[in-house]
Design a protein around this ligand. Structure first.
Ligand code: GLN
Length: 197
């Protein structure tokens, strides 16, 4: 499998390591490519949209012509894992003029809303599809404040959705790439298979 990490900005290396671990658990060879230009996404079987700064990521993927390729990737049913800033960029509405949201996940988000309460925090949370709770790291995390009818909520904190699935896209307000546990990457990229811990 060829997995592309949108690498215009954000925590790219951590995602690459996590997807390699998830693929290895399924004896699936994974080739990771860093995406900074157009023309690479069409060859990818799976995509990662990392955390970072959503306004910067949004500006660069539009400027480089990567944004329409990500939309085509999802339209053809191929998987995406979007985390934190990635979730903001993939949302329907980020309520910020500097983010030209891709509308790939039918949620609206409030940037940094969790962060206003507490800059960062960690929580062990149950996630649909995983046997044991996941250690979730939140850093200036967005709050998902509206969820469309076709969106499945996979995890909540204080009754708020923090992980969702909309078709081939799994999006999290937290950073699954920042722990050694690659089960959320597994859930996103191998949806037909049982998650390997
Ligand atoms: N709050 C950041 C943003 O709006 C995202 C933070 C993160 O990815 N850790 O882009």
């Amino acid at each position: 499998m060829q997995a592309g990490v949108i690498a215009v900005q954000g925590d790219v290396a951590e995602h690459a390591a996590a997807v390699e671990r998830a693929a290895a658990a399924h004896d699936e060879p994974a080739e990771i490519v860093e995406v900074r230009d157009s023309g690479i996404v069409p060859d990818c079987d799976a995509l990662l949209m990392p955390g970072g700064e959503s306004t910067t990521i949004s500006r660069l993927i539009h400027r480089e012509g990567i944004a329409p390729e990500i939309r085509d990737h999802v339209a053809s049913g191929k998987p995406v894992l979007a985390t934190c800033a990635g979730l903001i960029v993939c949302s329907r509405d980020a309520k910020d003029d500097r983010v030209d949201a891709l509308g790939l996940v039918d949620v609206s988000v409030d940037r940094n809303a969790f962060g206003r309460q507490k800059d960062s925090f960690e929580a062990k949370i149950p996630v649909t599809g995983l046997d044991d709770p996941f250690h979730a790291v939140f850093i200036r995390a967005p709050l998902i404040d509206e969820v469309g009818g076709g969106v499945e909520t996979l995890a909540t904190v204080d009754g708020r959705p923090v992980a969702v699935r909309d078709g081939p896209v799994v999006a999290t307000a937290f950073h699954p790439e920042l722990t050694d546990d690659s089960r959320v990457h597994d859930l996103a990229f191998f949806p037909e298979r049982e998650v390997v811990a």
